[in-house]
Ligand binder design. Structure first.
Ligand code: SF4
Ligand code: SF4
Length: 312
C-alpha cells in the first residue's frame, strides 16, 4: 500500500498525518539508545490533532491544571478516532496515545509533523505545539512513505530556556528531573524546591505559552475539546470526596489519569502559595486516612507551614 493512501484515510479524522516505515523509526530510536519495544507491524502512522489554548486562574476554592487536560480526555478522543478509521480496513493494528513506551515525538519528527523545539515539544507551522500526538502500527507493507515537510526550527531563539521557572531547559537539552510537569505527575514526596516551584494542579504550560511559534495558535477546532465545566477542580472535592466519587465526577478529564492523591499533593503546594489555611482540618484528616507515604510526607511538611497562617 502507498503511504499516501493510508494517510488519506486518516486525514478525515486528524489534522496532521504522516506514514513511515516502522523499521526507519526503529533505526533512529536505536541511535538515541532508548529502550523501545519492537514495533508489532511494519507501517507506522503518525497523527496530530490540534487542541485549544485556554487561560484560567486558581482561586481560593478552585485550582487549575494545565490547559491541555481541558475538555474530554484526549487519550480517549484520539483512540476513538483511530479505531473509527481502522474499523473499515482489513488490517490488524496497534494504537498508542501518550501512555506507552514508544517515542511519539521522534516518530512525529521523522514523519515531518513538526520540528523538535528546545522546549522538547513538536512544533508545527500551522498549529504550533498545540497538538496531541498518537501513533498506530498497521499490518501492511508500504510501497512508499508519506512525510510532511518541515523547514523550520528554533534558530537563535531561547525564550523558553529563559522562561522555564525550573531551569530544566538549556541549549544542550532538557533535565527531566528538574521539570515541574515531570515531578508534579510523579508519585513521590516533593522536596522543598519542588514545593516552592510548583504552580499548577497538574502539568506546566510555561514553555509552550511563551514560545513565539505559538503566537495566534491554539484555536478551538474540535468540539470534543470544548470546556466541560470541570477545568477548575474544587479543593473541597479533592479532600472530601472518596476516590470513587471523585472519579465519577472528574474521571473523564485527562488530569485524573494519575489518580486523586497526586492532585491533592499538588493542591497543597498551591494552598501554601496562597497562604490559605481554610482547608487545614481536611488536610489533617487526609494525613490520618491516606496510605501513600509520598503523600503523607509532603502533606505533613506543608501542613506545618499552613498552620502558621491560621493565627494571622
Ligand atoms: S514544562 Fe515547565 S518546568 Fe518543564 S521545561 Fe517546560 S517550563 Fe520548564
Ligand atoms: S521558545 Fe524559541 S527556543 Fe523555545 S521552542 Fe519556541 S522557538 Fe524554540
Amino acid at each position: 500500500m502507498k503511504g499516501q493512501t493510508l494517510a488519506e484515510l486518516f486525514e478525515r479524522s486528524f489534522d496532521l498525518v504522516g506514514v513511515i516505515r516502522a523499521d526507519r523509526y526503529m533505526s533512529e530510536a536505536a541511535k538515541s539508545q532508548k529502550a523501545i519495544p519492537n514495533p508489532p507491524y511494519p507501517a507506522m502512522v503518525v497523527l496530530g490533532l490540534a487542541y485549544p489554548k485556554r487561560e484560567l486562574n486558581h482561586s481560593k476554592t478552585h485550582l487549575v491544571p494545565s490547559f491541555y487536560t481541558f475538555g474530554n480526555d484526549y487519550h480517549l478522543i484520539l483512540h476513538n478516532r483511530i479505531d473509527n478509521v481502522m474499523k473499515d480496513l482489513p488490517y490488524a493494528y496497534w494504537a498508542g496515545v501518550d501512555n506507552h513506551q514508544h517515542d511519539e515525538r521522534l516518530a512525529a519528527r521523522l514523519a515531518g509533523l513538526g520540528f523538535f523545539g528546545k522546549n522538547q515539544l513538536i512544533i508545527n507551522e500551522i498549529y504550533g505545539s498545540y497538538i496531541f500526538l498518537a501513533i498506530a502500527f498497521v499490518d501492511v507493507s508500504l510501497e512508499s512513505e508519506h512525510i510532511l515537510g518541515v523547514n523550520d526550527g528554533c534558530g537563535g531563539c531561547s525564550v523558553c530556556i529563559k522562561a522555564c521557572p525550573a531551569n530544566a531547559l538549556s541549549e544542550q537539552g532538557y533535565e527531566q528531573e528538574r521539570c515541574i510537569s515531570h515531578f508534579n505527575q510523579s508519585k513521590q514526596p516533593l522536596t522543598d524546591r519542588e514545593i516552592r516551584l510548583n504552580h499548577s494542579l497538574f502539568g506546566c504550560d510555561v514553555c509552550q505559552v511563551v514560545c513565539p511559534k505559538n503566537k495566534e495558535k491554539g484555536k478551538l477546532t474540535h468540539p470534543e475539546f470544548k470546556s466541560s465545566g470541570k477545568e477548575k477542580v474544587a479543593v473541597d472535592d479533592l479532600f472530601k470526596l472518596s476516590n470513587s466519587a471523585f472519579n465519577d465526577k472528574y474521571g473523564d478529564m485527562a488530569y485524573a489519569w494519575r489518580g486523586k492523591t497526586i492532585l491533592m499533593r499538588n493542591a497543597l503546594t498551591l494552598l501554601l502559595k496562597q497562604k490559605n489555611p481554610q482547608y487545614n482540618d481536611l488536610i489533617e484528616q487526609s494525613i490520618k486516612t491516606h496510605q501513600a507515604s509520598w503523600y503523607v510526607k509532603t502533606a505533613k511538611k506543608i501542613l506545618r507551614k499552613l498552620r502558621t497562617y491560621e493565627k494571622l
